[in-house]
Design a protein around this ligand. Structure first.
Ligand code: NAP
Length: 244
């Protein structure tokens, strides 16, 4: 019996993940959503009937539990991730680099590996990974995050090649500046420093990126959107921003 297609979204407790979950539900997908702050996802359960599960993508056991019982999955949105710190290489804390690598890179690997059989079983699986302009353009103070998102980009491009001929499409969406909790996390909770990032310019919203996620997820089966670079009109490259 063909039910509604299933979308799994990681990092759905805020920002792009939460917006993508809402947009995918509106597009007709059932949802399984995960993040560490389970209580933050309760509205997705209450309003959309999402199956909300705890998930720490850095923990293989947590990923295993999160994916338990998912035998068919049409769409996986690898979104969980983020940046910590803006220190130059000379001063960077290797622990921050480790966290960024484990979350963005190994987290994406853990979840993708766990759900690949279900994606294949669906007959038309889609893996949509949220990369970043930081994975295309390195910039001073960004090395740890740049390295992690460059790795995410390599992961996604290689997966596309390795799955050629199988019923799984592989896509990567690389946003520029999006106003979410991303910068608050990057500046270790300093809301003023985070707000300054977007001062005098109009960034993308989480809903803008969610639009792209749904568009990629709903192309005809013979169309694979390999990569999207998506920037605010006020941003033309990683560090070139128009401010009023
Ligand atoms: P956000 O609002 O801070 O959301 C990050 C999400 O990732 C949260 O739901 C968080 O949930 C989850 N997460 C973090 N560590 C996790 C872990 N170990 N296990 C499970 N979930 C985890 O930031 P966002 O902007 O929406 O970020 C989403 C993605 O977009 C990230 O991959 C980020 O690198 C990328 N991105 C963001 C921007 C931007 O400017 N905002 C630009 C380019 C790319 P919990 O803390 O509850 O676990």
């Amino acid at each position: 019996m063909a039910g509604r297609p299933l979308a799994v979204v990681t990092g759905a407790s805020s920002g792009i993940g939460a917006a993508s979950a809402r947009a995918l539900a509106a597009a007709g997908f059932d949802l399984v959503v995960g993040a560490r702050r389970v209580e933050r996802m309760q509205p997705l359960a209450d309003e959309l009937g999402a199956d909300v599960r705890p998930l720490d993508v850095t923990d293989a056991g947590s990923v295993r539990d999160f994916c338990a019982g998912i035998e068919r999955c049409e769409v996986l949105v690898n979104n969980a991730g983020g940046a910590i710190g803006t220190e130059p290489v000379a001063e960077a804390d290797p622990e921050d680099w480790r966290t960024m690598y484990e979350t963005n890179v190994l987290g994406t690997l853990h979840v993708t590996q766990a759900l690949l059989p279900a994606l294949v079983a669906s007959g038309d699986g889609r893996v949509i990974t949220i990369g970043s302009i930081a994975g295309r353009e390195p910039y001073p103070g960004g090395a740890g995050y740049n390295a992690a998102k460059h790795a995410v980009s390599a992961f996604s491009r290689v997966l596309r090649m390795e799955l050629l001929g199988q019923p799984v499409r592989v896509s990567q969406i690389d946003p520029g500046m999006v106003e979410t909790e991303f910068s608050v996390t990057r500046f270790r909770g300093d809301a003023d420093a985070a707000a300054k990032v977007y001062e005098g310019m109009t960034p993308l919203s989480a809903d803008d990126v969610a639009d792209a996620v749904v568009w990629v997820a709903t192309r005809p089966k013979h169309v694979n959107i390999d990569q999207i670079l998506m920037l605010a009109t006020d941003q033309s490259s990683a560090r070139v921003v128009h401010r009023r």
